[in-house]
Design a protein. Structure first.
Length: 128
């Protein structure tokens, strides 16, 4: 099984935040379990830092290096992701989450996210 980390999941993993369940930390740390993050998450982080909605000490460059060191592969936005995105019902208004949902579906991944709105979609999701 392979996993896609939602933005908050990745940030909590980086920070060692207790909001991230131990079972998910173990999945992410286990290099035999492929983990991915969307480039959309980095875009979301950059925008939220710029407008003051996210305050973190670590730079965007350091976040990229952190992902690399932890063997979390960054998924680019592909044509198939955008085509699938257009077919998603408008049940969730966050454009970053919608792209991440689309990537989860196209790539056949399990989304590690506590976002309850995602349950409205037919994606595999895990929290705890």
């Amino acid at each position: 099984m392979a996993y896609l980390l939602d933005t908050h999941t990745f940030l909590w993993f980086v920070a060692g935040d207790k909001k991230l369940p131990t079972s998910l930390k173990q999945i992410i740390k286990d290099i035999t379990k492929p983990c991915f993050i969307s480039v959309a998450s980095f875009w979301e982080i950059a925008i939220k830092k710029q407008i003051g909605k996210l305050t973190i000490e670590i730079s965007l460059d350091e976040l990229y290096r952190f992902a690399e060191r932890n063997q979390i592969e960054i998924i680019p936005v592909k044509e198939e992701h955008l085509i699938t995105l257009l077919d998603l019902e408008l049940l969730h208004n966050d454009p970053f989450d919608r792209l991440i949902l689309s990537q989860t579906l196209v790539e056949g991944l399990v989304l590690l996210s506590r976002d309850k709105a995602i349950k409205k979609y037919k994606v595999k999701q895990r929290w705890a």
